[in-house]
Design a protein around this ligand. Structure first.
Ligand SMILES: [Zn+2]
Length: 99
């Protein structure tokens, strides 16, 4: 009998915790559906931030080339020239060609 009571109490506590847990989870839910949207929007407008040639160098938005219909940015004109010699070598590093 005592065991049953304990099990019941435990069950109630678990259910109670589960409910409060759900309520707590429901608050961030509005941001959760926004996440796939954010992911989708980032998928369409992938931000390239680093130069694929000079790995890790921040890009200069004035230095870019269009490759396969997508803009590829570089940190300097030299990198652009290097990229154009062998684009396939560098597109693997570019988020806009990730898919
Ligand atoms: Zn460069």
């Amino acid at each position: 009998m005592n065991l049953r009571k304990t099990i019941l109490l435990t069950a109630l506590v678990v259910i109670g915790l589960g409910l409060t847990g759900c309520k707590k989870k429901e608050q961030p839910v509005p941001s959760s559906p926004a996440n796939p949207k954010a992911a989708a929007s980032t998928a369409t407008t992938v931000e390239q931030t680093t130069c694929p040639v000079m790995d890790g160098n921040p890009i200069n938005k004035k230095v870019f080339v269009e490759y396969k219909g997508k803009k590829v940015y570089f940190c300097c004109a030299d990198c652009k020239a290097v990229f154009e010699k062998d684009p396939e070598k560098y597109i693997a590093k570019l988020p806009q060609f990730a898919k």
